[in-house]
Design a protein around this ligand. Structure first.
Ligand code: ADP
Length: 176
């Protein structure tokens, strides 16, 4: 069974097995949560990421966490919101699915996600959080008895995002 939790604050402070980074295609750092993770992990993370050779939108790659309290960072690249006409929903769902897949392959038990694409990539927050919960639930369900993830923390960096995560979780529970 996997428990969903919500945490308001800096994802870099979490001592979970892996934190997810909302990165860009280069994986060479950026603003928002990406900048915060690179600052907290130290310059060795950037050196490591240079050898990862970038990341496609909707895909994910794993790295060590260097100075962070978590053990790993899973870098994923969310879609830029372009009005919903560019396959954004499937790409966003794919980010969450690929992160769960990589986490499972690594035997990870606790995983924390920021609200992927909800910053400079401007995905509408209410829809993005619902897609996230649906994709995570579906990935875990399809893992069956190969699932290793016991706890997923959804991280909000603002009160507004906190409300969206809470609403999305409540909505998904009311569906069953
Ligand atoms: P994207 O480019 O995918 O939109 P951003 O980093 O701009 O990524 O934003 C993604 C989400 O992460 C936003 O909701 C933003 O407020 C949030 N965020 C920014 N910094 C942090 C942090 N240190 N910890 C957790 N969430 C953060």
């Amino acid at each position: 069974m996997t428990i969903f939790k919500i945490f308001k604050g800096d994802i870099c402070s979490l001592a979970v097995d892996a934190i997810v980074n909302a990165a860009n295609n280069s994986l060479l750092g950026g603003g928002g949560v990406d900048g915060a993770i690179h600052r907290a992990a130290g310059p060795a993370l950037l050196d490591y990421c240079r050898d990862l050779d970038g990341c496609e939108t909707g895909d994910a790659k794993l790295s060590p966490s260097f100075l962070l309290p978590a053990n790993y960072v899973i870098h994923t690249v969310g879609p830029i919101w372009r009005g919903g006409y560019e396959n954004e929903a499937a790409l966003l769902a794919s980010c969450y699915q690929r992160c769960v897949e990589l986490a499972r392959q690594q035997g990870i038990q606790s995983l924390a996600f920021p609200a992927i694409s909800c910053g400079v990539y401007a995905y509408p927050h209410e829809v993005a959080t619902r897609i996230a919960i649906d994709a995570l639930s579906a990935s875990i369900a399809s893992s069956g008895n190969r699932n290793t993830i016991e706890e997923i923390t959804l991280v909000a960096y603002s009160d507004q995002m906190l409300a969206h995560w809470q609403a999305a979780l409540t909505f998904s529970r009311s569906e069953y």
